[in-house]
Design a protein around this ligand. Structure first.
Ligand code: E4P
Length: 223
């Protein structure tokens, strides 16, 4: 399973990219808005496009950039403009009727599409039939309403395998490290997670304690 960062923050991307295990990035309008607000920068079209290009340069893999239009025509227009920014851009579309129509058109032109806000296996099936390259089921938001995000992911992974559909599954809305383990065991192709969760994947108190003991023992006898 590949590991993606779910962020629009360049420092976070550059930090994790240095680990050598980062395969891609996903963004969404909330994450972009948060990033520009945190920097006190006004969000212009030019600034947004520059920022997305910088993200693409910072990560050696696909970068999902989401449209904000709600109609198919507008989504296609925005999607083409986003795709022209950098060869690594994947156009992210909401899983709505208009989103499906836009997905079909963009995919037919060879532009990779990530269908987002997936909360059922049937939505994933529709997205795959519309030519999506990726589907993004939201585990955490399903868990938030006391349903089972893992069960949603299991169904989608199984459906795609049984039907032999050419689409990759991104486990999204990851809230904690257990979600990542669960997604990997369930056969997700990718998990996209916030910077904090990425860092938690590595941390274990016994690793820190063990390393300290090795170093203390070595200090006593080192040549
Ligand atoms: C997916 O690509 C989304 O950007 C993301 O995972 C949403 O996560 P959230 O539910 O934490 O906002």
């Amino acid at each position: 399973m590949e590991l993606y960062l779910d962020t629009a923050n360049l420092e976070e991307i550059r930090e994790i990219a240095q680990w050598g295990v980062l395969s891609g990035v996903t963004t969404n309008p909330t994450l972009v808005a948060k990033e520009f607000a945190a920097r006190g920068e006004k969000l212009s079209q030019e600034a947004l496009e520059g920022h997305l290009r910088a993200i693409c340069e910072a990560v050696g893999g696909p970068v999902s950039a989401e449209v904000t239009a709600l109609d198919a025509e507008g989504m296609v227009e925005q999607g083409k403009r986003l795709a022209a920014l950098h060869p690594r851009i994947v156009v992210k579309l909401p899983t709505t009727e208009e989103g499906l129509r836009a997905c079909k058109r963009l995919s037919a032109e060879g532009i990779p599409v990530n269908m987002t806000l997936i909360f059922s296996a049937n939505q994933a099936l529709l997205a795959a039939r519309a030519g999506a390259a990726y589907v993004s089921p939201f585990l955490g938001r399903v868990d938030d309403i006391s349903w089972d995000g893992g069960e949603l992911l299991r169904e989608i992974v199984e459906l795609i395998q049984v039907q032999d559909l050419p689409v990759r599954v991104i486990a999204a809305s990851i809230r904690h490290p257990r979600h990542v383990t669960e997604a990997a065991l369930l056969g997700a192709d990718i998990a996209t997670m916030p910077h904090g969760v990425f860092k938690q994947l590595l941390k274990h108190p016994l690793t820190d304690l063990g390393l300290k003991r090795f170093m203390d023992d070595w200090e006593k006898v080192k040549p």
